[in-house]
Design a binder for this molecule. Structure first.
Ligand code: SIN
Length: 287
């Protein structure tokens, strides 16, 4: 069922798809956001999980940092190099000589951190002529569509989210050497409660989640594979085709994403700011 659209008076909000996402117009982030606009943006973010800000000018690093801080303290990536002079900014830059592109497999950003990012804001300034889309997947929907028996089985289970198989060597083509990086590993509930909406969401992803701790290795492997396949079903997905200077702002607590690198040798470039989240909280199972 399409999500009902709340009434907004200081921004324009249009559903991107019935299940997930909204496009936001009528606000120019580079020119500043009023307290009323901030409050409506925050409501739309909680209602739609990922927002796409259209018709933007290029947002300066200072303004993007300031906008991010409205939502909370900023998060610093444990391994990726930051933009020179701006430790809060992670530059996304892929070109013909890149060895990897960021986010090519389904994930929730840096879920290996003890306090993973609440949300991520990415504005893209250089786009390939075609391709370079980002996909998002609704983890409330993924949880809700599991059978009651599976929801009950998963309630109370925890998973390890590691990064020592992800980060070493990953950013070496950008001058980041392994001696400078941290590879966090954390234990989070398999089903988490979103701290603002109180809705349960599936919280495992193919990039970082390595083990369900309460199961044997074999059981964990089988259950995780089933959950990854379930969470990546097209039923929960949208695919966003970027426009120049669009900014996406996604909620890592209830959606996953994946960036498509189908545009080599073309270039794709932008700046990303992440907002620090809280420790994921275990969801109560309510039959
Ligand atoms: C990411 O932050 O995972 C990358 C997203 C993108 O480049 O579309």
């Amino acid at each position: 069922m399409p999500k009902p659209l709340a009434r907004y008076s200081t921004i324009d909000v249009r559903l991107f798809a019935p299940n997930l996402g909204a496009e936001i117009a009528g606000v120019a982030i580079e020119d500043g956001v009023s307290p009323e606009q901030f409050s409506e943006i925050r409501s739309a973010f909680l209602d739609h999980q990922v927002l796409f800000f259209k018709d933007q000018k290029e947002i300066s690093p200072e303004r993007q940092i300031e906008f991010g801080r409205l939502f909370g303290e900023l998060h610093t990536h444990p391994a990726a190099p930051s933009m020179t002079g701006y430790p809060e900014i992670f530059e996304i830059h892929v070109h013909k000589d890149s060895a990897v592109a960021n986010g090519e497999f389904w994930h929730s950003d840096v879920s290996c951190d003890e306090r993973p990012p609440l949300g991520t804001m990415l504005q893209l300034h250089v786009l390939p002529a075609a391709g370079g889309d980002t996909m998002f997947s609704d983890m409330y929907g993924a949880y809700e569509s599991l059978s009651g028996a599976m929801q009950e089985f998963l309630a109370g289970l925890t998973a390890t989210h590691a990064s020592d198989h992800v980060y070493p060597g990953r950013y070496s083509d950008r001058g980041q050497h392994d001696s400078n990086i941290d590879c966090p590993s954390s234990v989070h509930p398999v089903i988490r409660t979103h701290p603002d909406t109180q809705r349960p969401a599936l919280y495992v992803n193919r990039t970082f989640t390595t083990r369900i701790n309460e199961l044997s290795e074999n059981e964990s492997g089988v259950v995780l594979q089933m959950l990854f396949d379930h969470a990546e079903k097209i039923d929960f997905q949208i695919r966003y085709r970027w426009g120049h200077n669009d900014m996406a702002f996604w909620d890592n607590r209830c959606c996953m994403h994946r960036a498509i690198w189908d545009y080599w040798p073309a270039e794709r470039k932008g700046r990303r700011v992440t907002i620090r989240g809280e420790r994921p909280a275990l969801a109560d199972f309510r039959p």
